[in-house]
Design a binder for this molecule. Structure first.
Ligand code: GLN
Length: 287
């Protein structure tokens, strides 16, 4: 079977895989074919470009075929390769964590605009998942004391591994819901979160890739706002005067999140748009 599918060289296997992967929406089939083969061969993509004529032994060809078929069945590329780049940092990801999205880099950009370059702020990333936000901020602002929380012990283990591998071992990992593990800690200067915000009935959840991701990282209550409400309620008690909360949210949730932050006592509330022009991150400041 696999012989028929991709006999021969690295080059022919890549070309066939790319043709198969073209069936997926919104992907770059050639790039995905290369990333999967590079992962399987434990080589950089440049190796594939340099040696397209190298033979692909049958065993590897079979394994490659299996990976391509899993991808076609909707498994996110990042789960198949076990990694994803975020903010130019290579993060390990597993099905215990959401795959970091490029959208979330907006949250990091906005945080970095607020944090002075040599500041030693206390910063919390709630529901850190793979640790993407905490890692990016800790990487850019090494003097800051960053805490990453997650309710999932499995996710937190992935985050901890990422911090250590990136030389960011000073990021502290605490298990628990949102701000609960910060009880008794000094107030934070900045609280960040990309919480679950998809509504339970959102048809977007039927996307094959999303069905492989942890539901608890995607869906919050019936309306998608229950995690954001919890965080907004808890945050004022954990922020210093002048401290800020930055939340990622759905593109149609801007007005609702602004209202939630106002009701929770925040001022200077504003929403920022992502590269696609959608409302994506809302910030508020404790007076
Ligand atoms: N932006 C993600 C999606 O729509 C959802 C991420 C989240 O819920 N935090 O796929």
């Amino acid at each position: 079977m696999a012989r028929d599918w991709g006999a021969g060289s690295i080059g022919t296997a890549l070309a066939r895989a790319a043709r198969r992967l073209a069936a997926l929406d919104e992907t770059d089939p050639r790039l995905e074919a290369e990333l999967l083969l590079a992962h399987l061969l434990e080589r950089p993509r440049s190796h594939l470009h340099a040696w397209p004529g190298n033979p692909l032994p049958e065993q590897q060809e079979t394994a490659y075929h299996a990976l391509v078929e899993r991808r076609l069945a909707g498994e996110p590329l990042a789960y198949l390769t076990g990694e994803r780049e975020f903010w130019s940092l290579s993060l390990r990801v597993t099905p215990d964590t959401l795959v970091p999205r490029p959208d979330t880099e907006l949250l990091v950009e906005l945080a970095l605009e607020l944090i002075p370059p040599r500041a030693s702020w206390r910063i919390a990333d709630l529901g850190t998942g793979s640790g993407a936000i905490a890692a990016a901020v800790a990487h850019e602002r090494p003097a800051c004391r960053v805490i990453a929380t997650d309710r999932s012990a499995a996710a937190l283990a992935v985050a901890r591994d990422n911090f250590e591998r990136l030389g960011l071992g000073t990021v502290e990992c605490l298990q628990g819901d949102w701000l609960e593990p910060l009880a008794g800690r000094p107030p934070s200067d900045l609280i960040l979160s990309n919480p679950p915000y998809v509504a339970a009935a959102d048809p977007h959840l039927q996307t094959p890739e999303l069905q492989h991701e942890p539901l608890s990282a995607l869906v919050a209550g019936d309306d998608g706002l229950s995690a954001i409400r919890r965080i907004a309620e808890q945050a004022p008690a954990h922020l210093r005067a002048g401290g800020r909360l930055l939340l990622e949210h759905g593109f149609q949730q801007g007005a609702a999140v602004r209202r939630i932050l106002r009701q929770a006592g925040f001022g200077q509330i504003g929403t920022h748009r992502d590269l696609a022009g959608n409302e994506r991150v809302t910030a508020g400041r404790i007076p």
